[in-house]
Design a protein around this ligand. Structure first.
Ligand SMILES: Nc1ncnc2c1ncn2[C@@H]1O[C@H](COP(=O)(O)OP(=O)(O)OP(=O)(O)O)[C@@H](O)[C@H]1O
Ligand SMILES: [Mg+2]
Length: 366
């Protein structure tokens, strides 16, 4: 078993600032957890505290319900893989993988057996007698993973392990790491600032900002029910469209009004946004929940917007518009190509069932 529990963890490098603030995470045995967030939000610091490489300023860390605050890194049965691989340059691949095991005084035969088994899984058998300088980035990364695997740890910590790889290799290694996770009886905590990696790999994602975890939830919930505006904008590419609107309540029902254009809200959201009557809120709509219309007579649930650029990714097209007095950007994702003309005004149909509402002051989901 290898559950990890972080209770009210705070890390201060300097007295006047916190790298991690009052962080709580409950990670179950064999879960694949991804910590995601912008640069400097405290991802690596959190990972290093789990590894025992960084002292905890306040709070308690448990592994399998045992407090480990003062347990040294080498006694935690955890392996960590870093972005820059951190291979020993003067040792060949075999010795890089053997090093940690030799330090533990493991028998030579057992070391050999473990390296053979691991190099088979990672397809690096033919590389065992090469030096790191003779390997490509992807091969180095696999060796770094192998060096962690031979220790047979109960927890794998991975800090941006794919960020030095090109797009194709990244996608392949992503699958390899996920396959590895399925095969091994270990818990994975994976750090990245790439939300696509987070969404595709995780059982649960912790979205971090300024040392805080803003949401710890499944990829589905983080995408479909973001609990604040930061998470809403951070997860998803192209990101969620967000605009300011006023809530209107009348005998005809509840609606939101942006620069005189009205979107009627008839579902259960109406009850929740009612209390913001005549007040400004933030409305968010994902690019796939907007449709482009040529019909200028459309009135309800539309926003007028001018097309300014069209991006074709091959399987999808992103139409970029500017809308309203404040000329906010609105992106529409479409699988079909249309004869769209730059600088032409279109009506964008907003799916009223798919609008997310956030408090304009604190950004929390309404
Ligand atoms: N050893 C250190 N001494 C002092 N401050 C540090 C140290 N390590 C990190 N910090 C600070 O703590 C904060 C969190 O850093 P951390 O490395 O955890 O961020 P991160 O989320 O991993 O960012 P990145 O995506 O850039 O790797 C940052 O403000 C950073 O400057
Ligand atoms: Mg980092």
């Amino acid at each position: 078993m290898s559950s990890i529990s972080l209770k009210n963890i705070t890390k201060q490098y300097y007295p006047d600032s916190c790298a991690v603030k009052d962080l709580n995470l409950e990670i179950k045995h064999k879960e694949f957890i991804v910590l995601v967030g912008p640069s400097g939000c405290g991802k690596s610091t959190t990972l290093r505290m789990i590894a025992g490489l960084e002292e905890i300023t306040e709070g308690s860390m448990y592994i399998d319900e045992k407090e480990v605050n003062s347990v040294e890194a080498k006694d935690r049965n955890i392996a960590i893989v870093f972005q820059d691989y951190a291979l020993y340059p003067h040792m060949n691949v075999y010795n890089n993988m053997a090093f940690g095991l030799k330090m533990k005084k493991m028998k030579r035969d057992e070391i050999k057996e473990r390296i053979e088994k691991t190099s088979e899984i990672l397809d690096i058998k033919t590389l065992l007698y090469r030096y790191p300088s003779q390997l490509s980035g992807g091969e180095k990364q696999r060796v770094a993973l192998g060096r962690a695997m031979v220790k047979e740890p109960k927890v794998f910590l991975l800090d941006e392990p794919l960020s030095n790889l090109d797009a194709g290799l990244k996608a392949r290694m992503r699958l390899e790491i996920m396959t590895l996770h399925k095969k091994l009886d270990a818990t994975f905590v994976y750090v990245t600032h790439d939300q696509t990696e987070a969404m595709t790999m995780a059982d649960k994602i912790a979205v971090m900002k300024d040392g805080l975890v803003l949401q710890f939830d499944t990829p589905y919930n983080v995408y479909n029910n973001p609990n604040n505006i930061f998470v809403a904008k951070f997860i998803g590419s192209p990101r969620m469209n967000v605009f300011e609107a006023y809530v209107q309540c009348s005998e005809n029902g509840v609606s939101i009004n942006k620069d005189g254009e009205v979107i009627s809200i008839n579902n259960s959201d109406a009850e929740r946004i009612k209390k913001y009557s005549n007040q400004k809120i933030l409305a968010g709509v994902r690019p796939e929940h907007i449709k482009i219309h040529n019909d200028n007579n459309s009135e309800e649930n539309f926003l007028s917007a001018k097309l300014y650029i069209k991006e074709n990714s091959g399987h999808e097209i992103y139409y970029h518009f500017r809308s309203g007095k404040d000329e906010i950007d609105i992106v529409v994702r479409s699988v079909s190509e249309m004869d769209a003309v730059n600088n032409h005004e279109y009506k964008l149909w907003i799916d009223p069932e798919k609008v997310h509402f956030f408090d304009a002051e604190n950004g929390n989901r309404i």
